[in-house]
Write a protein that binds this ligand. Structure first.
Ligand SMILES: CC(=O)N[C@H]1[C@@H](OP(=O)(O)OP(=O)(O)OC[C@H]2O[C@@H](n3ccc(=O)[nH]c3=O)[C@H](O)[C@@H]2O)O[C@H](CO)[C@@H](O)[C@@H]1O
Ligand SMILES: C=C(OP(=O)(O)O)C(=O)O
Length: 421
């Protein structure tokens, strides 16, 4: 059992090193498995629990993987992939397991998905993935818990996503890369992580055009080769550190090449947070009261749902009433109850939340219900009076690397503890 203990009151000051993106590295590990020869090298790999699970899953299907933690580098040799089974005990622990299916289909002609995990956010369907595989010629047998996908070879087709699913787009691109002929994916996701994955696949020899337009064309090729690729910075991790500076009235320099916070920056600016860029470094500071804000989550370039919970914490510390409308997931307000235990005033009605600030927060025992509610409670702890203890810290470790150490380097009073229960 992992637990975070935070004693609030310290302003965060200094340089924060932003990790590589979780939502880019996981599909990249899936992409590396498409190469039947050679060794893929991934750099700027975040050392998070989801990456450890992805390594275990790749090994379970027969890949050879080296995770060099201090170098933040993964070396993957997929030449000996031999088992089509994604075992439940690993696959159910993270969402990224779903991204191994295209490689298994291409390499072995079948994939047995014993389960897919990830944050518990309400319904998280995979129908676009399986309907897409079917249109490319696969047979999909959806059992109660196990899904069996088989294909003697895939053939290009026109695919349409009802909504621009992030992993759905990545999976269908990977499936199309080695399919015969041309695939068109309409209403594809625009997230920068998807574009980074397209970049890596293109280096591997894939022929993909239209990334970032919502209308992607993939010309199938006969094989893909192993390459070296550097994972883009994690804009969600960066957003969290920017918010930590904001709500502690601190000043933090974010280091992570090419960081673009987009709408998150604009929303924080509206709240009174100041940003200025000095070359490759983004400075974030706040030295006055926070103003309330309205947030509507959306797919990129909208406000990322993954930063909705951390933003709820910031809103609880703003002077006035903020409104949050969650449009991506139907169960992403578990944070509200925990924040209210600390003294916040958050009222949830369906997909909307009203946050009445500012109420003083007081440290207490709270629970992370998912990765982002967990990190949002860490943020609350930084601003609270007294000690906040956050249980189920493993969920935070799924997506943030060396969190306590990175925050301590900025002056936060935070420890990560492991206990028997
Ligand atoms: C590993 C990874 O990259 N995870 C991210 C990814 O998750 P993930 O790729 O699972 O999220 P999706 O974009 O697929 O899901 C968004 C919404 O679409 C619905 N949907 C999705 C697929 C499908 O086949 N049918 C369907 O109905 C889901 O139920 C959900 O309501 O994007 C989410 C939305 O930006 C982020 O919160 C996650 O951090
Ligand atoms: C929802 C998230 O992750 P996953 O899709 O990996 O569960 C997240 O990162 O907030």
């Amino acid at each position: 059992m992992v637990r975070y203990r935070v004693r609030g009151g310290n302003a965060l000051r200094g340089t924060a090193f932003i990790q590589g993106a979780k939502n880019a590295v996981l599909p990249m590990i899936g992409a590396a498995l498409l190469a039947a020869k050679g060794r893929t090298v991934l750099r700027n790999v975040p050392i998070i629990e989801d990456v450890r699970r992805a390594v275990e899953l790749a090994e379970a299907i027969g890949a050879y993987v080296e995770l060099h933690e201090s170098e933040r580098t993964l070396v993957i040799d997929a030449s000996k992939v031999s088992s089509p089974v994604l075992p439940a005990e690993i696959a159910r622990r993270f969402r990224g397991s779903v991204l191994f299916t295209p490689a298994l289909l291409h390499r072995l002609g079948e994939a047995v998905v014993e389960g897919v995990g990830g944050c518990n956010l309400g319904s998280r369907n995979l129908d676009f993935h399986y309907l897409g595989y079917k249109r490319l010629g696969a047979i999909v047998d959806e059992g109660e818990t196990v899904i069996h996908v088989k294909a003697a070879g895939l053939t290009g087709a026109t695919l349409y996503l009802d909504t621009p699913s992030h992993t759905g787009t990545e999976n269908l691109i990977m499936a199309a890369c080695l399919a015969k002929g041309t695939t068109v994916i309409e209403n594809a996701a625009l997230e920068p992580e998807v574009l980074d994955v397209i970049d890596m696949l293109s280096k591997m020899g894939a022929r993909i055009s239209g990334g970032g337009t919502g209308f992607i064309t993939v010309e199938g090729v006969d094989e893909l080769h192993a390459v070296e690729h550097t994972v883009m910075p994690d804009r969600l991790d960066a957003g969290v550190f920017a918010m930590a500076a904001a709500l502690t009235q601190g000043e933090v320099s974010l280091v992570g090449t090419g960081l673009d916070l987009g709408v998150v920056r604009y929303k924080l600016e509206q709240m009174g947070v100041e940003f200025h860029r000095q070359g490759a470094v983004l400075h974030v500071s706040c030295d006055g009261p926070l103003r309330p804000i309205n947030i509507i989550t959306d797919t990129y370039p909208g406000f990322a749902t993954d930063l909705q919970s951390p933003m709820m914490t910031v809103a609880a510390l703003a002077d006035g009433t903020s409104y949050i409308h969650e449009r991506i997931f139907d169960g992403r307000f578990a944070l509200a109850g925990e924040l209210n235990k600390m003294g916040a005033n958050v009222e949830v009605k369906g997909s909307r939340a009203v946050v009445r600030g500012r109420t003083p927060l007081t440290g207490t025992q709270v629970t992370a219900h998912d990765l982002r509610s967990g990190i949002a409670l860490v943020l609350a702890g930084l601003a609270a009076e007294g000690e906040t203890v956050i249980d189920s810290g493993y969920l935070i470790d799924r997506g943030h690397a060396h969190l306590a150490a990175r925050m301590r380097a900025l002056g936060a009073d935070i420890t990560r503890e492991i206990s028997e229960r």
